[in-house]
Design a protein around this ligand. Sequence first.
Ligand code: SF4
Length: 341
Amino acid sequence: MFICVNWSYNLGVFTKVGGQMKIGVPRALLYYKYFPLWDAFFSELGAEVVLSPQTNKRILNLGTEAAENEVCLPVKVFYGHVLSLKDKVNALFVPRIVSVEGGAYTCPKFLGLPDMIRALDVDLPQIISPTFDLKLGLWEFYRSVYELGGFFTKNVFKIIMAFQKGLNKLNSFENLLHDGHLLNEALTGRFSPAPRGPLRIGVVGHPYNIFDSYVSMNLIERLQKKDIRVLTAEMVSPEIINEIVSNLQKKLFWTYEKDVVGAVFHWLDTRAVDGIIYVLSFACGPDSLIQILIEHEAKEKGFSVPIMPIVIDEHSGEAGLVTRLEAFTDMISRKAVKEKS
Ligand code: SF4
């Protein structure tokens, strides 16, 4: 690891001229999917990874003031994290993630994210924004990895080793999720015993909504305090998800939304949950389409598990959430008792 004097950006490579290179990673959006990979990769290449703080009121306000009003809440939150980091780092990591598997894309917001951030009317450090598009094939993907590593070193072997270490970290993280751990616990390595009450609720939606405690208004913690076991889509293996979505009448072209649909139908098929809470972002196109698809398919197949959508935006208040959660958990609790008697 380079721990010396500074760094400056010169001819495409950060060269040290004093102090360890600091790369800022906003704690938002795809941080919740890939941070273990990014963290290990950059650290192996000698950079210091600086993560923005947990979302708070100040970060949300920064984001909502800077972003266009029409964009979804998670993108506004991302803006806030970028702005909270900008004066603390030499560069910001804002990848353009187009596709992470053949035959499906990510949300269009992820494609335009680096351009949206560069268009901000503030002084920003260097934005490192490699394009990852697995639909173009593995060769192009690894070329992007090399270009990204090339910001720190021209040693190809070192880049490959750093990426491999990142993949190993990502695999370990995903294995913890598939073993039934909650995402925040798998990310931090701090595990608590799961509630042992009889009720189980599946909580689905984008991980950057559900696992950002400020954005979700502590939804998961509130359920756990009622001794309810929480299941999330991340706990369902990709094999199960792929099998379920391949049997749907409608082909899904969004990778992350496939996880939501696959998890919901897996739980319904296996009667794994007593109720499902679907957290949606206001102004999210993919979320609204998937919500209709889930409700339609669940009705067609005759499933009777209650599903409660919760739509969030920057104006959502705790009081409304608490009231709805109380009503929902009371209802599924009564239903469970009735079904057992
Ligand atoms: S999927 Fe929806 S919530 Fe996520 S970035 Fe895209 S529009 Fe926003």
